[in-house]
Write a protein that binds this ligand. Structure first.
Ligand code: M6R
Length: 599
């Protein structure tokens, strides 16, 4: 979705902002632009890629703002691209989110000349009136924030003033303090190569950013932000020699999982620590754990929910976040509602968890991004610690989400005393072995690449699995359709014969999860049903398990209930190599965005 970058300092704003726009590309966008501050504003913007945007090399400005736009109001055209300006061209605005009352505001702004179809353009015209009436830019932004409705983040510059003023409401903005300038962005990777010292803007706060300081609030009572140092380094947000972020992130999974697990399990004592401040006895009394999530995070939630049922004997439900309002929140006061969201910014998930909290549920976020919006909405947060994920397709964060939910399930099982200690030790051993098991799968990449070339031109792919294999089948299909634009469906293996079998032909490979935790014996029969109708069969098979007549077999190292998760790495590699051989735009698939901040 849209991205914001701003810089004011001693260096060339044009260069820093342009680089920031490149770093924001992964969020998904269709136009880009910058506003650079001088006695007059210099605006450069256009529809298309950042690479299509030219910022003249002789620009001497040291202050400016930039934007990548993902169209909502009005198609991607040069005129609709941000920044947008007031009538005099003295105030420029970049904006993420949606101004819900923009039509009413537009009608009220009699006499202003509107040139775009965007909701954003009301902001510079509202600001122009405030500034004309003598308000400082900071006060003008505070006042306009009162007038607009919706979820938004916006940043403003004014001709002749080396300062950026920004505010937010339910849309992220991060501040950065560097050695030779100050930064503002919608997320950290935009400026990570310049500084790791960050502060998160809260809803309703106004930040005034100058070359050597950032102040929060109005002039009379301003305060300094509280900075923290992020652990992510610039390299982790770079491609590091890989052709695509996604392939790099697939290969980073062993390291990401070491991070997810670090300091959380004690193999000697057989204990797990997830650092949650639940009231004493709470986990014993909770009647249901309800997950709300979208996309890949929804599949991770289904995996986690099944683990909780199996290990901790807790009733669970998993609701697609955008469906939560239609009856998702029964008996909230007896429920722990868990929002699983990599970005922590998905609007559907935020709305669901907020309404669960308002209805009386205790709320927990499972997320990757420190300081993200979801962390402000919930009672507790569990970080998955996967490191930055830039590819639009989720890969390492799925593995870290499931692993984190596995840790949570074991912790709750321990608290509720539902498992013998020997089984807890075995589970912790399996969790601890995940980085090594995934590395063994990654070492098979050449074999997966060869299978990808063999099946490249098939009509469709069907992924099947039972129990913990079912969410992985859904995730495998999502990955393939998302990055390869190939028709793929995930089914509960037992459902194949209830309808989808009609689609099966010699040109529809069936990919089956045949590992522990996925009821391999029963699924093997479903594979045979498909093979009888001519379908090639690819098995993701538990080490040591003998499955006859498979066309392709990939072996999953022993990892107990986490074998479907390890097997999923084959599905990631398969989707990646099919997409790569088809020449797809893997890191930025068409029509998709990394962080989905609209309903
Ligand atoms: O940031 P979130 O985990 O809340 O995002 C939810 C989905 O948009 C996301 O998982 C999406 O399905 C993936 N990018 C697919 O690979």
């Amino acid at each position: 979705m849209c991205g914001i970058i701003g810089y004011v300092g001693a260096r060339s704003a044009g260069e820093i902002i342009y680089r920031g726009l490149e770093n924001l590309e992964y969020r998904g966008y269709d136009s880009a632009g910058v506003a650079l501050v001088g006695e007059q504003l210099a605006i450069h913007k256009r529809a298309g890629e950042v690479a299509d945007l030219t910022v003249p090399a002789d620009e001497t400005a040291t202050c400016g703002i930039g934007h990548t736009r993902w169209s909502t109001h009005g198609p991607p055209t040069d005129i609709n691209a941000h920044p947008h300006v007031d009538c005099a061209g003295e105030v420029a605005v970049v904006h993420n989110g949606i101004i819900e009352n923009h039509e009413a505001l537009r009608d009220a702004l009699d006499g202003c000349e509107f040139v775009s179809e965007t909701d954003t353009e009301v902001i510079p015209h509202l600001l122009e009136q405030e500034v004309h009436d003598g308000a400082s830019l900071t006060d003008a932004v505070a006042s306009v924030a009162q007038a607009i409705e919706g979820s938004y983040a916006f940043a403003v510059v004014h001709a002749g003033e080396n300062a950026i003023v920004a505010t937010r409401e339910q849309s992220p903005l991060v501040l950065g303090r560097g050695e030779d300038g100050m930064f503002l962005a919608s997320d950290i990777p935009a400026f990570l190569e310049h500084t790791r010292e960050v502060a998160y803007l809260e809803d309703g706060q106004v930040a005034t950013i100058t070359a050597d300081d950032i102040r929060l609030g109005g002039n009379a009572s301003s305060t300094s932000p509280t900075y923290e140092t992020v652990e992510w380094d610039a390299d982790s947000a770079e491609k590091g020699g890989y052709e695509h972020y996604m392939r790099k992130e697939i290969h980073e999974q062993p390291q990401a999982l070491r991070q997810t697990l670090s300091e959380r399990i004690d193999l000697n004592r057989g204990t797990v620590a997830v650092d949650l401040d639940f009231p004493t006895g709470y986990l014993d009394s909770v009647e249901e754990v309800q997950f709300v999530a979208a996309g890949t995070s929804y599949y991770a939630s289904r995996y986690g929910a099944r683990l909780l049922e199996e290990l901790a004997d807790v009733r669970t439900s998993v609701t697609i976040a955008s469906e939560y309002e239609f009856g998702g929140g029964r008996d909230p006061w007896r429920t722990l509602t868990v929002a699983v969201t990599q970005s922590g910014e998905t609007t559907d998930t935020l709305e669901a968890i907020n309404s669960a909290g308002q209805a009386g549920a205790r709320t927990l976020a499972v997320t990757n991004v420190i300081g993200s919006s979801v962390t402000r909405s919930v009672d507790d947060t569990l970080f998955i610690k996967a490191g930055p994920e830039i590819g639009v397709a989720a890969s390492k964060t799925f593995s870290s989400q499931v692993t984190t939910l596995g840790l949570l399930a074991v912790a709750i099982a321990h608290e509720r005393d539902t498992l013998p200690r020997s089984q807890i030790r075995r589970l912790l051993g399996d969790l601890n072995g995940l980085p090594g098991a995934i590395q063994q799968v990654l070492d098979e990449e050449d074999a997966v690449r060869a299978v990808a070339s063999e099946y490249l031109d098939m009509d469709a792919f069907f992924f099947i699995g039972r129990e913990l294999g079912y969410p992985v089948a859904l995730e495998g299909a999502l990955k393939l359709k998302e990055i390869a634009y190939v028709h793929a469906e995930g089914f509960a293996a037992g459902e194949l014969k209830h309808g989808p079998l009609a689609l099966v032909t010699g040109r529809t490979p069936v990919i089956a999860l045949l590992t522990n935790g996925a009821q391999p014996a029963a699924t093997t029969h479903n594979v045979a049903e498909a093979q009888t109708r001519g379908a090639p069969a690819i098995g993701i098979v538990a080490e040591g398990r003998d499955v006859e007549h498979l066309d392709v077999e990939f072996t999953v190292p022993s990892s107990g209930l986490f074998e479907p998760l390890v097997g999923n790495v084959y599905l990631q590699l398969l989707a990646y190599h099919i997409a790569n051989q088809l020449g797809r735009s893997i890191d930025k698939p068409r029509n998709l965005a990394k962080s989905v901040t609209v309903r």
